[in-house]
Design a protein around this ligand. Structure first.
Ligand code: G4P
Length: 541
């Protein structure tokens, strides 16, 4: 192995690139911040939140963000923890999320699913979980807010298994809950971790370790009044017979479960350490030509997100690329597969909230933002070798639909250009009522995207867009057995065409589609145009 290959393998081995998925308010910002605190990337608690606030104060990138006090765009954060390079892909946490949120998961190697102990599995977590599952991503569960009165941990485990259909294996178990939440018992390491002090800063937290099996006198004594209940729960779990199996975790059939409180910091470090140990490092990504070896293949990357006009003074456009193989060197040249042109990786940036820093080199698993004059699109491959192309990106089913009132638009050219740009960014999807006609229906994963669309069309393309709501809430792509006559006279559904001319059924409810499939068992409907596109990674052995 030459020196470069050795360097690349070492860098890969120490990288963990993941996203945190949760329902709003479960504590994603708080947990992210605590992980960054442990990694020394931020020095004080509140920094991520403060950075978000500063972003609202200093930038008018998307006036809507300011008006609603939310973050529409997601960014990437990184930290070093005891030799491990952590890349956290931030997914927007507000209730209106977009295809962008889903797409960010395509750049992750694993996922942390954050669950509020009082609320259990909530709708947004479930939707994001489905995408992770389709992609075969390993999922780690952190049950948060154990410092508050929550639901019974055993009941929560049952809910995860039942609602999400994944085996939930507690790696640690909470000792007490609510005000009595004092620590966790690590089942794998057979040790009790008791916490004291803490609250906001990692350095203020005191951890006491008592090693030994759960029934050891020292461990029992240290647990105090919680000893009996903890031992009983663990006995039940042991009796249930499910065992932790790293292969099953990596294959996405089993999720390791951890208990803690991001706010008080209790249980965050034990979680982080086990997670970093168990989560996979960047593995081979799937391209049209087969799996791409991250070490042996020269630099390759795919674009998973584009943000235009982030800074209105500079009209910049940043393409976020996930590096899949080789070494990225700033200033090097790479081939843009779709056009065959050579592009220079001249200006790149790592975004940390609103702050930016230059990147001289990066490795598989890293995400860099490339300033781009408008050449790159979501799903594009750039590579040094010229023989890699990562398969096209899946589109996700929108759940909200509006009709564009074309009659009221005077600037047709600007409209077409703006719509093209915004669909390329993946903010919305366009549908035509007849194949070949102009697009008149716009679909989005979250309704906020319509506001974003209107705002950006007005601000950037000077087009006043009028949209009228449609009552559809489901889009499905027929894969087999479809005949237009099946839906010709139905008021409940509508046949439209996506930008590649594929037929799409819009329906008012899933129940209607279920009954359609019952009547026509040969009909196969998919919730993405090409479900096969999800499997991008070949899990590393
Ligand atoms: P999100 O990004 O998932 O939307 O959640 P975020 O971290 O913003 O947390 C939502 C609320 O839950 C915040 O309270 C936060 O302090 C609280 N929280 C997060 N983790 C824990 C935890 O482990 N225990 C408890 N008790 N609360 C937690 P807030 O009142 O909305 O905001 P703030 O005033 O604390 O900033």
């Amino acid at each position: 192995m030459d020196a470069l290959a050795r360097q690349i393998s070492q860098e890969i081995a120490r990288r963990r690139t993941f996203a945190i998925i949760s329902h709003p308010d479960a504590g994603k910002t708080t947990l992210t911040e605590k992980i960054l605190l442990f990694g020394g990337a931020v020095r004080e608690a509140g920094a991520v939140r403060a950075q978000r606030a500063a972003r609202h104060a200093t930038s008018d990138w998307l006036e809507i963000e300011k008006q609603r006090g939310i973050s529409v765009s997601s960014s990437v954060m990184h930290a070093e923890y005891e030799g491990t390079r952590i890349n956290i892909l931030d997914t927007p946490g507000h209730k209106d999320f977009s295809e962008d949120t889903y797409r960010t998961l395509l750049a992750a190697d694993s996922v942390v699913m954050l669950i509020d102990a009082a609320k259990g599995v909530e709708p947004q977590t479930r939707r994001l979980f489905e995408v992770c599952r389709m992609r075969g991503l390993p999922i780690f569960t952190f049950i948060n807010k154990m410092d508050r009165a929550g639901r019974d941990p055993l009941e929560l485990l049952g809910e995860i298994e039942e609602v999400l259909g994944i085996e939930a294996i507690p790696v640690n178990w909470s000792v007490g809950s609510g005000r009595e939440f004092r620590g966790v018992y690590d089942r794998l390491g057979q040790e009790l971790l008791l916490f004291e002090g803490g609250n906001h800063g990692a350095s203020e937290l005191e951890e006491r370790v008592v090693a030994g099996p759960i029934d050891a006198p020292d461990v029992q004594a240290a647990m105090g009044p919680e000893a009996a209940a903890t031992a009983e729960a663990l006995e039940l779990l042991d009796g249930a017979g499910s065992e932790f199996d790293l292969e099953h975790v990596r294959g996405g059939q089993q999720t390791p479960v951890f208990f803690g409180s991001a706010l008080t910091n209790y249980g965050v470090r034990p979680f982080l350490e086990r997670f970093l140990e168990m989560a996979p490092c960047p593995g081979p990504q799937l391209a049209a030509e087969g799996p791409v070896d991250p070490v042996a293949t020269p630099f390759s990357a795919f674009v998973f997100k584009i943000q235009a006009n982030m800074d209105p003074d500079h009209r910049d456009r940043v393409a976020f690329v996930r590096i899949c193989s080789g070494r990225y060197v700033q200033g090097a040249s790479a081939r843009h597969q779709r056009t065959g042109k050579t592009i220079r990786l001249a200006k790149s940036t790592l975004l940390m909230g609103r702050g930016r820093e230059g990147v001289a080199e990066a490795f598989p698993g890293d995400v860099v933002g490339l300033f781009d004059p408008g050449v790159l699109r979501i799903g594009d491959t750039i590579c040094e070798g010229g023989d890699v192309s990562f398969v096209d990106f899946p589109a996700f089913a929108p759940e909200h639909f509006m009709r564009i009132e074309l009659g009221l638009v005077t600037k047709r050219k600007a409209l077409a250009k703006g719509l093209e740009q915004l669909t390329q960014e993946g903010a919305v999807q366009l549908f035509r009522e007849q194949d070949g006609s102009s697009a008149t229906i716009v679909g989005a994963v979250g309704p906020l995207q319509f506001d974003v669309l209107k705002h950006r069309m007005a601000a950037e393309y000077k087009v006043e867009l009028r949209l009228s709501p449609l009552t559809f809430s489901v889009a499905r792509w027929p894969q087999a057995g479809f005949d237009e006559d099946m839906v010709r006279h139905s008021q409940m559904t509508k046949l439209v065409f996506d930008r590649d001319g594929r037929p799409v059924l819009l329906a008012q409810s899933q129940a209607f589609l279920d009954s359609l499939v019952q009547r026509h068992p040969e009909l196969k409907l998919a919730d993405t145009p090409d479900p096969k596109l999800f499997q991008r990674t070949q899990n590393a052995a």
